[in-house]
Design a protein around this ligand. Structure first.
Ligand SMILES: [Zn+2]
Length: 413
């Protein structure tokens, strides 16, 4: 028995004005997913607990069976793991942006024009930085995509409890990092970050690469903004917890990082962009192959969440419809009597109101051998309210799936 979990990021929503008080999942034409709902069991799920708005990182931890209140150690660690950076216990990882600041360190462009052609050369410069005040701390930087990257501090006596240097808005000065707890480690780490920020600005402000950018009318990439300090979480991997081999297919570093942290293998799929332009079918094709070698395969689609953040209802609906056609391809080609298919969202994203994640519940369906079907014949928030699974927590999902695979150890005798 195998299981395939498909998480459609931010797919759930509220009853929207522009859709005559229906949700995108209700309006989208998705015959394949609805057929799975009809033949399977459905329900609703609170990714963490009712009303708690969650990040994609904490939500995925919960959905993969790990209590985020116990295991979450900052976003930076997952970004680093997802970017393929080896992270050791005690090292501090940050998400970073190349940005443009003026001579007063005021942020002019949080993305330095977004596309940084010279990123690999800047990467070399950053990796050659040695700190004078903190010579025992080593800097490691990896550029990922566009203006983004990951920074890791390697050394003894560091802490993740420090504030961001990224002010998250323009026209404001780069922030000084401050210790968030009263420990020598936090003070030292904030000090390291502030020294690093001074050095990098002095190195890059008049650098020939930036002068050349200026000549071409591009904003200089003269600072690195840091946020989301994190450390490697201490986690018992899925292979030990459930004695399974698990793999993840995702486009975005954050989700790959969470999957890697819980011990999943990462399958990189060409064309998986983590956006609305992702190759939905390629992910499914790789998943079909992976189901031969793995007990549990997880596919993540991000485009729905991205559409909601842009406030674009119809892009969200079209993305759901594209995923549905990929699901149609999938169910024609896998052994449905040997595979459980689970479809859900990691949280709702409100396309019309906040354009951000919310604490609303999400729909859930499980299709597979022996599953007792309910009367629900559509995968959406409203229909799944009547589902046989009732209302569950995200943290229960893996146990429910693993129970179908008969992988859950007995509690007591
Ligand atoms: Zn998400």
């Amino acid at each position: 028995m195998k299981a395939l979990l498909i998480i459609i990021d931010g797919a759930a929503d509220r009853a929207l004005k522009s859709l005559n008080r229906k949700t995108p999942l209700e309006v989208a034409h998705k015959p394949n997913i609805d057929k799975l709902a009809k033949d399977g069991i459905t329900g609703i799920m609170d990714p963490i607990t009712p009303g708690i708005s969650v990040g994609s990182d904490t939500a995925h931890l919960a959905l993969l069976g790990y209590d985020p209140f116990k295991t979450y150690t900052g976003r930076g660690a997952f970004e680093a793991l997802g970017a393929g950076v080896e992270l050791k216990p005690g090292e501090i990882a940050f998400r970073t942006n190349f940005a443009t600041v003026d001579e007063n360190m005021r942020v002019i462009d949080r993305r330095a024009g977004r596309y940084i052609e010279e990123a690999k050369e800047f990467e070399k410069i950053i990796n050659s930085i040695s700190l004078k005040d903190n010579p025992d701390v080593e800097i490691f930087f990896k550029h990922t995509v566009e203006h983004r990257g990951v920074l890791v501090l390697r050394g003894k006596g560091l802490s993740r409890f420090i504030s961001d240097t990224d002010p998250h808005e323009i026209g404001v000065r780069v922030l000084e990092s401050k210790p968030l707890v009263d420990t020598p480690e936090a003070k030292k780490t904030a000090n390291v970050i502030n020294e690093f920020t001074r050095i990098i600005y002095n190195l890059l402000k008049d650098h020939p690469l930036n002068r050349s950018r200026a000549k071409r009318g591009l904003p200089p990439a003269n600072i690195l903004l840091l946020r989301g300090a994190g450390v490697l979480p201490t986690i018992k991997p899925l292979s030990e917890k459930f004695k399974i081999k698990a793999a993840c297919i995702a486009g975005i570093a954050l989700v790959k990082g969470v999957a890697k942290a819980v011990g999943m293998d990462i399958i990189n799929v060409p064309g998986a962009t983590g956006g609305l332009d992702t190759d939905v079918l390629a992910k499914v094709k790789y998943a079909i192959k992976a189901l031969r070698d793995y007990d549990f395969v997880f596919i993540h689609y991000k485009g729905t969440d991205a559409a909601s953040h842009d406030g674009n209802v119809w892009a969200k609906i079209r993305m759901i419809e594209r995923i549905d056609s990929a699901v149609g391809y999938l169910i024609e080609r896998i052994k449905l009597d040997e595979t459980y298919i689970v479809i859900t969202a990691d949280h709702a994203t409100l396309t019309e109101e906040t354009r951000n994640h919310s604490g609303d519940f999400v729909p859930l369906l499980i299709h597979g051998p022996g599953v007792i079907s309910d009367d629900v014949d559509m995968f959406c928030e409203r229909a799944c309210l009547k589902g046989g699974l009732g209302r569950i927590r995200g943290l229960d999902l893996m146990n429910i799936i693993m129970n179908y695979l008969n992988k859950v150890e007995k509690f007591g005798e």
